[in-house]
Write a protein that binds this ligand. Sequence first.
Ligand code: HEM
Length: 147
Amino acid sequence: MKNNKVLTVCLALSLGAGYAFARPSLQDDETTPLQESMQGLMSRRRAMRKLVRDPAAHRSELLEILEEFRGHALTAFSLPPTAPGSLERTDAALWRVGFQRQILTLIDTGLECELAVLKGDTELLGEAYKTLSSTMKAGHDRYKKSD
Ligand code: HEM
């Protein structure tokens, strides 16, 4: 009886191990939650591109897009990527703080876009929209691993 139990456990373990090895590698093609947020930011930024030329004519559409943009940025804030393994504990924490502050800059710039839409200020909106791109570039230069 005891032997039967041992055999059952061994069988279950080996089947489990077999499943784990047979499973396709998750790392290769799985989209991480941070990547999903980033894709959301990208699609929202693209959706804004033409509309920013005339905020008065696209007010409600722009406000909706900006709300979604902010949602994605807030999610990204809570998903900092893992710091490079070479960093000591404090430096890794500093790296994470830097990432989150950069995301906060992005959120603030999104709010500036919203302000400009509410005021119907095309010039201010154009400037803030450009700042979204420079903030993205700065964030990617520092925190996104090159492929
Ligand atoms: C308008 C602003 C931004 C846009 C449109 C944007 C867009 C993107 C896109 C399309 C990706 C690739 C996602 C994928 O692999 O499927 C990405 C990745 C990434 N972005 Fe951004 N981004 C923005 C701002 C930022 C900022 C401000 C930071 C840093 C503070 C940042 C950090 C990263 C990181 C770390 C990755 C790599 C994620 C990973 O591979 O796990 N991004 N971003």
